[in-house]
Design a protein around this ligand. Structure first.
Ligand code: SF4
Length: 53
């Protein structure tokens, strides 16, 4: 189980103080296309929620 999830998405409400760390209790990562990903660029975090920037 991942304990320290690093994430650069600073516009997400779960990004802790914009320190590139995720504070969500769990995250759900999905393929960003209908087929199985073959590179990391083809995956997305579905837990993302926009922060009040
Ligand atoms: S929920 Fe996803 S997008 Fe948001 S900080 Fe965590 S890993 Fe990044």
């Amino acid at each position: 189980m991942a304990q320290d999830v690093l994430c650069e998405v600073g516009s997400c409400v779960y990004n802790i103080n914009n320190e590139n760390r995720c504070g969500a209790s769990q995250i759900y990562v999905v393929n960003n296309k209908s087929k199985d990903a073959s590179t990391s660029a083809e995956t997305d975090c579905k837990t993302f929620e926009p922060a009040d920037l």
